[in-house]
Structure formats: structure tokens, C-alpha cells
Design a protein around this ligand. Structure first.
Ligand SMILES: Cc1cc2nc3c(=O)[nH]c(=O)nc-3n(C[C@H](O)[C@H](O)[C@H](O)COP(=O)(O)OP(=O)(O)OC[C@H]3O[C@@H](n4cnc5c(N)ncnc54)[C@H](O)[C@@H]3O)c2cc1C
Length: 441
């Protein structure tokens, strides 16, 4: 077990590299940072914390927007080095270390003609992504990624190593699929169900000036409604690089095995009135499935603030609500995500049979990225203003991307009430001494 004590040079160097959001990389100070290279290291770190009366925080790749892995006091266990990937192509399954990144997994799988619904940005670790639910590529077909987790290895607050699945420790397995930063143990490895690599991907994209929102919102709704539920629609309003000045960037991804069928899925977006056609610049291109994360629009090395909401509003309604606030400072965008069809209706709470219990229709991410600390206040104000503008459409929040520090009551929006009660009861049972830091609220 490699550990660094506070105030040492090695500690500062390690802390510097832990957190993706540069606004928060030194916001809090654990007593000790431990780099886990094995499950045994995690056990030792948890035991060290217990013997010294310290709390424990867990870091996968530090991508949580609020840096919830970084806490004041306690032992931070960094699972980054636990990034092994072991693929059983015949059984279509893989054991993946918590620190493995989505992009690396997708690349390794594509060599075997296999795939998994990894997150949209390649550098996010499976660790916290799967724990929060995981809404990734081809979500319309494969669903939230945590539903393709078939088993986990965890280290409990008592330092015990458990294998949890539907039959063994099913309550721990239930919680690890959706609890996010409210989980009460350390997941060291995930066993994943894999899918055949889609043979064809077609991407239709279009850009418009922001003032054309009224002209495109109705068309967007008509096309979305007519589209297949497997089509993934992203509509970004704000400072999109494709437009000089504030704009709208639409991206529609269709995936499958038959080229003609996949192209056909984009038909509703080719059928557009002349006013819409004139307003935008349209493009269509084929892509490889493993290359999809290249479309990600979130640069690293920036200061960041963000928030997220689930909604039953249509993409067009959200776009209209976003337009007045979309013109933000620096890189500031409202990203509307929707499956095709009538996918905007949120499913019944508790539908998934795991802690993930809210969401899955349309959603909106509010993202601001910038460089200068002097601009912090303006960007934080923009994010909360955009959240307020979209509030009338909000039906819930996503634990993986919501700013829980903006109000402790927001945790209630992330889970169906019965699921949150069960999560809290399990936490008391598996972590009676409150060893693990919980939601950062
Ligand atoms: C650029 C970017 C792109 C993103 N894209 C997507 C996306 O496409 N889809 C999506 O659903 N989300 C996305 N997210 C959100 C992301 O999934 C969450 O922020 C997730 O928590 C990141 O995982 P992590 O391992 O880096 O978490 P960390 O920041 O390392 O940890 C966050 C918290 O999760 C808990 N945790 C993490 N790992 C473990 C573990 N192994 N055991 C126990 N507890 C643990 C801890 O409580 C920790 O405090 C994105 C985030 C960023 C910054």
C-alpha cells in the first residue's frame, strides 16, 4: 500500500492529479492519500482508517463535478491504478478494475468485436460512472450501464471482501447500481455483461445561430417523436465551437448492424421545412462505434461548474426554455439529451430494481468551463441561473452529475423515496460507524 501523509511533497503532487475540475483540485485536504494497486491495499487502507478513527473517501478518476472524492480529513483511497481489464469474449463478459477508463475499455472490447455502454467522455473511470447509474453511448438500446453490471467485488467498512450479485449479498448489489457517492463500501472490480460491437454508426449534425431557436424547436420535436427510440439526440445550446457567437449544435447518432437500416433511422431529421434547412448547416457521416467518445465536447484542464436534471419536457420545449439563458460567459452550454420517440416520459420510479430509480427520459446538463479564477463567480451564477430557468420542467436529478452542494435536499430528487429509505437503512447496517463519507451536500 503506497500512502502519502499530509504536508509532504508527494502528497501535494498526488492531490494535484486527483481531481478533474481544476476549480476544486485543492479545495479540501484529506489526512492521507493511498494509491490502491490491489484489493488487499484497499482492505489495508480501510483498516488503517478504522484503527486511527479516520473516515474514508474513494476516488475512481476524480470526475465528479464537485470533487466529492476530495474531503477534509480522513483517508482518500485512489483506485486509479486498479485499472485492469480482463475480457472473456466467449462468455461476453469482462472483469474490470474500478479505475479502468471508459475509452480504454471500449478500445479493448472492439478488438474482440464487443462493446459496452461507456460514458460519453473517454477519460471517465467505470468506478463512479457505474455507481451513479451510467448513461452512455447507445443508451437507448442498452439502457443505463449499471444494468449491465452482473457482479461486483467490494471492500466493506469492516474490511471484509465480498462478491455481490443477484444471489449473494443482493442488497449490496442493489445499492451499488445507482447509489453514486452515497454508497457505503468500496467497489474494487465490476463484472460486466458485454454486447456485440455495432457494425454501423451514422451521425447527423447541424448547427444554427441561437436566434433561430423558435424556427427549429417545433421541427426538432416532430423529428424526435418520429424517430426510433434507439436514436440518441443531443442538442447543445450556448457557446458551441461550431458557431461564431452563441449557437445550437444538434447531433443525432444512430447505431446498428445494417447500414441501410441505420441510415433510415435518421430519416425524420432529413425531413425538414425550408426555413429550418436555411437556418442551419447540416452534415452526415459514418463513424466507428469505438470512435464515438471523440465527439465528446468536455475539454479537460478547465475550471468547471455543472448541474443536471431529468425532465418530461420535449427537446423543443427545453430548447425554448434554454434560449434566454444560453448566452453565458466562456464555454457555457445547456446540453439536452433525448432518445427518439416519446422517450421524454420518465419511467415509473423504482423501475430498474436497483438504487437507480429516477430518470431515463430526456435530460439536460448545464455545463460551464473556464480558465481564470477571477471568472468563478460569473460562471457559478450562470449555472444556477440556467438551473432556475429550466426548473419548471424538472422532474428529478441525476446523482452522477448534480451539484449536491447547492442544497442537501437535492439528494431527495435523485431517488424514488422508497429507494432512498432503503439506501439509508443499508448504510446504517453496512457502515454503522459512518466510516465512509457520504453524499457531498
Ligand atoms: C467530462 C465528463 C464526462 C461525463 N460523462 C458522463 C456520461 O456520459 N454519462 C454519465 O452517466 N456520467 C458522466 N459523467 C459523470 C460521471 O459519471 C460522474 O462524475 C462519476 O462519478 C465519475 O466517476 P469517477 O470514478 O471519476 O468519480 P470520482 O469523482 O472519482 O468519485 C466520486 C464519488 O463516487 C464515489 N465512488 C467512486 N468510485 C467508487 C468506488 N469504486 N467505490 C465506492 N465509491 C466510489 C465516491 O463517493 C466518490 O466521492 C461525466 C463527468 C465528466 C467530468
Amino acid at each position: 500500500m503506497v500512502g502519502f501523509a499530509k504536508n509532504s511533497v508527494a502528497y501535494e503532487r498526488a492531490r494535484e492529479a486527483l481531481i478533474w475540475n481544476q476549480r476544486l483540485h485543492d479545495a479540501r485536504s484529506p489526512e492521507r492519500i493511498v494509491e490502491a494497486r490491489s484489493t488487499r491495499d484497499v482492505v489495508e487502507a480501510v483498516e488503517f482508517a478504522r484503527l486511527n478513527g479516520l473516515k474514508v473517501s474513494v476516488r475512481g478518476s476524480g470526475h465528479d463535478y464537485q470533487a466529492s472524492a476530495l474531503r477534509d480529513g480522513g483517508v482518500l483511497i485512489d483506485l486509479g491504478p486498479l485499472d485492469g481489464i480482463s475480457i472473456d469474449a466467449e462468455k461476453r463478459q469482462a472483469w474490470v478494475g474500478a479505475g479502468a477508463k471508459g475509452g480504454a475499455l471500449l478500445e479493448a472490447l472492439s478488438d474482440h468485436g464487443l462493446a459496452f455502454p461507456v460514458g460519453h467522455c473517454p477519460d471517465v473511470a467505470l468506478s463512479g460512472y457505474l455507481l451513479g447509474g451510467g448513461f452512455g453511448w447507445n443508451f437507448g438500446e442498452w439502457g443505463p450501464a449499471c444494468l449491465s453490471v452482473t457482479e461486483i467485488e467490494v471492500v466493506t467498512a469492516a474490511g471484509e471482501i465480498l462478491r455481490a450479485n443477484e444471489d449473494s449479498h443482493p442488497d449490496v448489489f442493489w445499492a451499488a447500481r445507482g447509489a453514486g457517492s452515497g454508497f457505503f463500501a468500496v467497489v474494487t472490480r465490476y463484472r460486466l455483461k458485454l454486447y456485440p460491437l455495432p457494425k454501423c454508426v451514422h451521425v447527423l449534425s447541424a448547427t444554427f445561430p441561437l436566434e433561430r431557436v423558435p424556427a427549429i424547436a417545433d421541427w426538432l420535436d416532430t423529428a424526435t417523436l418520429a424517430a426510433d427510440s434507439k436514436v440518441e439526440i443531443t442538442c447543445i445550446a450556448g457557446s458551441v465551437p461550431q458557431v461564431s457567437g452563441p449557437g445550437v449544435h444538434l447531433q443525432v447518432v444512430a447505431t446498428g448492424d445494417d447500414d441501410a437500416e441505420v441510415r433510415n433511422r435518421l430519416t425524420p431529421f432529413r425531413d425538414r421545412p425550408a426555413a429550418v434547412d436555411r437556418a442551419g448547416a447540416f452534415e452526415e457521416k459514418p463513424m466507428g462505434f469505438a470512435d464515438l467518445p471523440q465527439l465528446s465536447a468536455m475539454p479537460s484542464g478547465k475550471r468547471m461548474a455543472g448541474d443536471y436534471l431529468w425532465t418530461d419536457a420535449s427537446p423543443g420545449e427545453l430548447l425554448r426554455a434554454a434560449q434566454p439563458v444560453a448566452e453565458g460567459p466562456s464555454i457555457a452550454t445547456i446540453s439536452i439529451f433525448s432518445p427518439g420517440g416519446d422517450g421524454c416520459d420518465a419511467p415509473d420510479p423504482g423501475l430498474f430494481g436497483c438504487a437507480l430509480s429516477v430518470g431515463c427520459g430526456a435530460s439536460a446538463g448545464i455545463y460551464a468551463l473556464w480558465d481564470d479564477p477571477a471568472d468563478d463567480e460569473a460562471h457559478l451564477a450562470w449555472v444556477s441561473g440556467a438551473d432556475a430557468a429550466l426548473a419548471p420542467h424538472r422532474k428529478g436529478r441525476y446523482v452522477g452529475e448534480t451539484d449536491l452542494t447547492a442544497g442537501p435536499e437535492r439528494v431527495e430528487d435523485c431517488f424514488a423515496p422508497a429507494c432512498l429509505d432503503r439506501l439509508r437503512a443499508l448504510r446504517e447496517r453496512y457502515d454503522p460507524e459512518d466510516r465512509f463519507f457520504s453524499f457531498l451536500t
